[in-house]
Design a protein around this ligand. Sequence first.
Ligand code: ADP
Length: 224
Amino acid sequence: MRLLLLAPPGAGKGTQAKRLSQYYGIEHISTGDMLRREVAEGTPLGLEAKKYLDRGDLVPDELIREMVSERVTEADPKGGFLLDGYPRNLAQAEEASALARDQGITINGAVYLDVSSEELLRRLMARAGTESRSDDNEETIRHRIEVFENQTRPLADYFRERGLLISVDGEQPVEKVTHDIIDSLAARSEAGSEAGGEVGGEVGGEVAIPSPAPDRPPTDGGSH
Ligand code: ADP
């Protein structure tokens, strides 16, 4: 199983990523965790990334690219991965498509957790009181939500056009969110095998993220 997880800050991305990677027995690759580790260890990448993290801005694409591709290459032969927090803008989505294509990796789905901005702000402010992340203060939180709206949310359309989007109501209880995602993925893989493995399956063993198919109705995973 090879999954991408797109979600605004505070949507429960980390929690769902852990639950899904455990369920499928795949590696959980969190770019946010990797970056925070680099910062804590004071590596050159960490030193460079810190100023972006602290402001709530995206770290430049070229710093992310190598970090992600190494981990994906390692994880892929071991049964797959869940990418938590990547891609986060259109350039990274194109990059992910190219990486997958070059390595013959098929992405099974891009999971999108849908949560309203008011609920995000409420959750993040509550979390700011209990955790000590340098980017959990009101100003940076508002900025991170804005960055998500402007740069990451458009990726829902990008993946919908490619028949990969699985959009789930992220305001439901944690277990129900996980359940909905697993159900949608199962329905997709069934539909895929009936359709000759076209959806989420391999096409000629090469194609990773299919190109948009304007003649095909957009899908959000079927039942949701
Ligand atoms: P959240 O989604 O709650 O903001 P993450 O842990 O996913 O938390 O990300 C924290 C920060 O790490 C982001 O605000 C950003 O600065 C940086 N980051 C993580 N992933 C990426 C990425 N793919 N591209 C650029 N910056 C990233």
